[in-house]
Design a binder for this molecule. Structure first.
Ligand code: GLC
Ligand code: CA
Length: 537
């Protein structure tokens, strides 16, 4: 099948969570000058673009996912000049900056909302979602993702406003054309500044219909996204990726259609939900259904082939560390982190690496007082009130808290892992003396080096980009094996996903070239714990 060439199909994106990446002024919070200082590191890794979690002006109720000014930088992170310098300095190294657009809601401190809440007559009132009612009786019983009701009473206007997340994150009303135009203008302004792409936060929630209790996939969703794409993205060579928890394959084909009528691709989360109790919340822990995991990946690989484009990820700032989650963060940390990387990067799609993943950073292992995340603190209260035991709640938080991904980047074995000379806003993982970038950059067998090679391989062999996908041993309980084929070239990825040795039904190396292997020798006929290799035939 012919497939269109796009730079972002070959690209590997690196996600930075700015407040935890590199502090430059000793206030304990990562910032833009800190990122600039580390561009060389990212260039060495070989990535093509940085997805920057929000750095716009924000009261930081949800760490920047509550924006009060889309066209200003939060002083905590630096200045607009720092941002411009970051764009320029990154560009010199062939790296584009992807901005995180939070368009489903703003901060309640945004001037639009400040005006909107004063009077029904304000031109900004309709930029948000309001319903009449009486104080104490919300329009319906919808619950917010960060706890409590979706509705918040404002006495000045005698109405409730709608918020899917915290009450400090009022939902924007996408049915208002003036609001939409202001958003498009703002995006074009960023494009003119040299931004190379956008990640669209919870974009499948913009077309809400609260009267029908619809939050995701509202009936007008794709109409709005097409307008957004046309008005703000077209004519610029951007990478755009929507966050879409509600996407199935059919919807993802719309989102990522090759004509680029919507986005380049979406993040879909089907694989991410496979270790929670079906029909329940992420806090309801459940063993990973491994066979389902393989089948899920295989389905997405097949369905989108030639008809859309996948994003590939294990991690982001909302998810626990993959090596702790589905690998082994004890004795087999290095082997399992590399195995997970190979399995993911061998597939078709654009890989996203979340800061520290390339070092095999692990979950936080915090006590309750060390957590900072609004979602974590809320679920603790909610589940306490609902009668869950302390131990049960802590086990869930320990496994799934977003703070697992938010501990400071481990740069070196120095104090605070080289992240800050001050007091870090969130605790550094105590294992930083053992797990850090400085050591791994010197070591050819490190996890860092493995990621570096995977990125290079993708640029070298078109089979990584264009090859089709065939899952093998579909129902095998331990092996994750697949084959990619493109113009006579074959790529095999062989992996033992688990911690016990397994017999390998067939040996596919033949006279092929081993591109990568996470053990230093071979054991005939078996794969040892988390052993994985890639072969080109
Ligand atoms: C997305 C972000 C998450 C944020 C939420 C609300 O899911 O990734 O961090 O809390 O949207 O903006
Ligand atoms: Ca700082």
């Amino acid at each position: 099948m012919e497939q269109m060439e796009k730079w972002w199909k070959q690209a590997v994106v690196y996600q930075i969570y700015p407040r935890s990446f590199q502090d430059s002024n000793g206030d304990g919070i990562g910032d833009l000058p800190g990122i600039i200082r580390r561009l060389e590191y990212l260039q060495t890794l070989g990535i093509d673009a940085i997805w920057l979690s929000p750095v716009c002006k924000s009261p930081q109720k949800d760490n920047g996912y509550d924006i009060s000014d889309y066209q200003d930088i939060d002083p905590m992170f630096g200045t607009m000049e720092d941002m411009e310098r970051l764009i320029t300095e990154a560009k010199k190294r062939g790296i584009r900056i992807i901005l995180d657009l939070v368009l489903n809601h703003s901060s309640d401190q945004h001037v639009w909302f400040q005006e909107a809440r004063k009077s029904r007559e304000s031109r900004y009132h309709d930029y948000y979602v309001w319903r009449d009612g009486v104080e104490g009786t919300p329009p319906n019983d919808m619950k917010a993702i960060f706890g409590g009701s979706c509705w918040e009473w404002v006495p000045e206007v005698g109405q409730y406003y709608f918020h899917q997340f915290a009450k400090e994150q009022p939902d924007l009303n996408w049915d208002n054309p003036a609001m939409r135009q202001e958003i498009y203008q703002m995006i074009r302004w960023w494009v003119d500044k040299g931004i190379g792409g956008f990640r669209l936060d919870v974009i499948d929630q913009i077309a809400k219909e609260p009267d029908q209790k619809i939050t995701i996939n509202g009936p007008k969703l794709h109409t709005y996204i097409r307008e957004l794409s046309r008005e703000a993205f077209w004519g610029h060579d951007l990478i755009t990726v929507g966050e879409a928890w509600g996407a199935d394959c059919d919807r993802a084909k719309l989102y990522s259609a090759p004509d680029e009528s919507e986005f380049s691709m979406v993040f879909q989360f089907e694989h991410i939900g496979l270790d929670q109790e079906p029909g329940k919340e992420k806090w309801d822990l459940y063993p990973l259904d491994f066979v389902k995991l393989k089948q899920t990946f295989a389905k997405w690989q097949k369905e989108l082939y030639g008809q859309g484009w996948n994003s590939l990820f294990w991690n982001n700032h909302d998810l626990p560390r993959i090596v702790s989650r589905w690998g082994n963060d004890g004795v087999y940390r290095v082997e399992s982190a590399k195995m997970l990387a190979m399995v993911l990067h061998g597939m078709q799609g654009t890989p996203y690496i979340y800061q520290g993943e390339e070092l095999g950073m692990t979950n936080a292992d915090f006590t309750l007082d060390q957590y900072r995340d609004i979602e974590t603190l809320n679920v603790y209260q909610e589940r306490k009130a609902a009668g869950y035991s302390e131990a049960e709640i802590l086990a869930s938080i320990h496994a799934k808290s977003r703070d697992n991904a938010r501990t400071p980047m481990q740069w070196s074995g120095e104090a605070n892992a080289g992240f800050t000379t001050g007091l870090p806003w969130i605790a550094v993982n105590p294992n930083y003396q053992e797990i850090h970038a400085e050591q791994q950059m010197k070591d050819e067998t490190s996890i860092f080096s493995c990621y570096q090679k995977l990125i290079a391989l993708r640029k070298q062999y078109p089979v990584f980009i264009y090859g089709d996908f065939q899952l093998m041993y579909e129902t095998h309980p331990d092996l994750f094996v697949y084959q990619r084929t493109w113009k006579g070239q074959k790529l095999f990825v062989y992996a033992n996903f688990h911690g016990t040795e397994v017999a390998v039904p067939e040996w596919h190396i033949g006279d092929g070239t081993v591109l990568m292997h996470n053990y230093s020798d071979w054991k005939e006929g078996v794969l040892r714990p988390y052993e994985a290799y890639m072969v080109l035939l």
